[in-house]
Design a protein around this ligand. Structure first.
Ligand SMILES: C[S@@+](CC[C@H](N)C(=O)[O-])C[C@H]1O[C@@H](n2cnc3c(N)ncnc32)[C@H](O)[C@@H]1O
Length: 217
C-alpha cells in the first residue's frame, strides 16, 4: 500500500493533528535509540518475547500517521514496543498508558522508559489488562494488543466505548497465534476496517508473523 493510500485508509487527520511539534534534540534522540537497542539486545539474550524490530518500525509508523493523543498498550514486558511508541508520542505531546501483569517486568520497563528520557510520556500500570482497561479514561486513539492471545478480545471490548473516531487497533502475533485469538480476529474483521500485514522477521522464536491493523469505522 502506498503512503498516500495508507493515509486515506487510516483517515486524513490524527487526534493531535495541528499540535505543535516538540521534536527533541538530536542528542536526546540518540540516547533514546541507544536504550531501544540495549533493550532489544536484552530481550534476545534473555528470551523476553517482544515485537522485534521490523514490526516495531511499522508500529511506530502507524502511530506517527494516526497521531493519537492517547495510546493504550496491553502487555509491556520490559518496555521494548512501548519505547518505540513513546518516542513517537514525545515528538508531539501524546501519552502512552501501558499495562503489564508482572510487577517485576513492569518495574524493569519503567526503568527503561526513564533511561530513554520518556518517563514523562508513559504511565505504567501493573495488573491484568482485561480489568485495568476499564479504569482508563478515553478518548483512546490507538491500541496495541500484545498480552496473551486469549486476552485480546476482552481488552478491546473493555476499551470499545472509549475509542475515538477512526481509532487504530494493532494486534501482534496474528501469524503465529491466529488459532488462539480467532474470536478477536472474527470480531475485528466483521466490525472494523481490518487487514492483516505479514512480516518476514528474524527472531529466535519465529521467522514469519503478522499484525492485524484495524480501524474503527
Ligand atoms: C509478548 S510480551 C509483550 C511484549 C511487548 N509488547 C514488546 O513488544 O516489547 C507479553 C506480555 O504480556 C504480559 N501479560 C500476559 N497476560 C497479561 C494480562 N492479562 N494483562 C497484562 N499483561 C499480560 C506478559 O507478562 C508479557 O510480559
Amino acid at each position: 500500500m502506498t503512503a498516500t493510500l495508507l493515509v486515506l485508509w487510516l483517515g486524513i487527520a490524527g487526534d493531535a493533528a495541528g499540535a505543535e511539534s516538540q521534536v527533541p534534540d538530536a542528542k536526546a534522540e540518540d540516547a533514546t535509540q541507544a536504550v531501544i537497542d540495549d533493550v532489544e539486545k536484552q530481550c534476545l539474550e534473555r528470551t523476553v518475547y517482544m515485537i522485534g524490530r521490523k514490526k516495531a518500525v511499522r508500529l511506530a509508523e502507524l502511530v506517527r500517521r494516526r497521531k493519537p493523543k492517547l495510546v493504550v498498550e496491553c502487555g509491556s514486558a520490559i518496555g521494548y514496543s512501548g519505547l518505540w511508541i513513546a518516542r513517537e508520542l514525545n515528538r508531539y505531546g501524546g501519552k502512552l498508558i501501558t499495562i503489564e501483569i508482572s510487577p517485576e517486568r513492569a518495574k524493569e520497563a519503567q526503568e527503561n522508559y526513564r533511561r530513554a528520557g520518556l518517563a514523562g510520556v508513559v504511565t505504567s500500570k501493573v495488573g491484568d489488562a482485561r480489568q485495568v482497561v476499564h479504569q482508563i479514561e478515553g478518548p483512546v486513539g490507538f491500541v496495541f494488543l500484545d498480552c496473551g492471545y486469549a486476552n485480546y478480545l476482552p481488552c478491546l471490548q473493555g476499551l470499545q466505548d472509549k475509542l475515538s473516531e477512526k481509532a487504530v487497533v494493532v494486534a501482534d502475533n496474528v501469524g503465529m497465534g491466529a488459532g488462539g485469538m480467532s474470536d478477536y480476529l472474527e470480531h475485528v474483521r466483521n466490525n472494523y476496517q481490518s487487514r492483516t500485514e505479514w512480516f518476514d522477521i528474524d527472531l529466535p522464536w519465529g521467522k514469519r508473523d503478522a499484525m492485524e491493523i484495524s480501524v474503527k469505522k
